[in-house]
Design a protein around this ligand. Structure first.
Ligand SMILES: [Zn+2]
Ligand SMILES: [Zn+2]
Ligand SMILES: [Zn+2]
Length: 277
């Protein structure tokens, strides 16, 4: 099972438009891994995680093969994770033939996607399925992905979930955006079993004196989560832990986060990072 991070920033990207903060200025000067687009990932080149406004750029930058991509799991309806206006590009007004795409989302994202997918020129282009936390389903052309959405600790108006994705005997937890997991999510995770890769929300970077428990996390809360996952038997020394979804509203960019994360054997995500598990 392979995961590729296409975008690794929070809503504003890094550098953020208009912004003159230290992180953004450093990112502009240094470039490379300090530049981040809005969050999106792809599993095995065929299962998309989220559909942000940077999907067009990711498609160009990484040469995404839209004949292979079949399904897209939406974590929540915030615009840095779901930009439904661009899903309409699958309609007959904007494209000349393509395969059928399946989207999955909880309430708010489902409503937003439905309003686009129900348009006349979208007939035969795409579908959206209403999912619910705690209820697993299968995705992929051969139903090869077993997917369990679980409750995220994030803006409830955005109908947020995190995803447990299993395939070929491997399992990934994609936890964006969320603060410290609610107890019903821990229960769901225990029922799933061991994870090969865990991707954790690190919007607050090193925390900078703030308490990052609700809505989003920072590196300190990520370590707490890692410790509890060990205790619960959800991860072991072979599990790959990735921190991801960074905001410029902190003092740290990629170059500052990486040495901290490395001390704990944790990977700091960057746009284009690929991990085979
Ligand atoms: Zn976000
Ligand atoms: Zn900035
Ligand atoms: Zn969000």
């Amino acid at each position: 099972m392979k995961i590729k991070y296409l975008g690794t920033a929070a809503y504003e990207g890094v550098p953020s438009l208009f912004c003159k903060c230290e992180v953004c200025q450093r990112a502009r000067a240094r470039g490379g891994r300090n530049i981040r687009t809005r969050s999106q990932a792809i599993i095995n080149d065929e299962l998309l995680m989220d559909f942000p406004p940077d999907t067009v750029w990711h498609s160009i930058q990484y040469g995404l093969d839209w004949t292979r991509i079949s399904d897209c799991l939406i974590t929540h309806s915030h615009s840095d994770h779901l930009y439904p206006e661009d899903v309409e590009m699958a309609g007959s007004c904007y494209t000349n033939g393509h395969r059928f795409y399946r989207f999955y989302s909880w309430k708010d994202g489902y409503d937003r996607l439905s309003s686009i997918i129900e348009k006349d020129h979208m007939e035969g282009a795409a579908s959206v399925t209403l999912i619910e936390p705690g209820k697993s389903f299968q995705a992929g052309d051969r139903g090869q992905y077993q997917v369990l959405p679980l409750w995220a600790n994030h803006d409830t108006a955005s109908s947020p979930v995190i995803y447990s994705v299993s395939c070929e005997g491997k399992r990934i937890l994609y936890a964006h955006d969320t603060g410290v997991f609610p107890e019903n999510t821990w229960k769901g995770l225990r029922e799933e079993g061991r994870y090969d890769l865990v991707s954790l929300d690190c919007t607050g970077c090193l925390g900078n004196g703030q308490d990052w428990r609700d809505g989003h996390m920072s590196f300190g809360t990520n370590l707490e989560m890692r410790d509890r996952m060990y205790q619960e038997g959800l991860i072991d020394d072979k599990t790959v832990i990735v921190i991801n979804h960074f905001s410029h509203n902190s003092i740290q960019g990629y170059d500052e986060m990486r040495p901290w994360a490395e001390k704990y054997g944790i990977l700091t995500s960057y746009d284009g990072m690929e991990i085979e598990i």
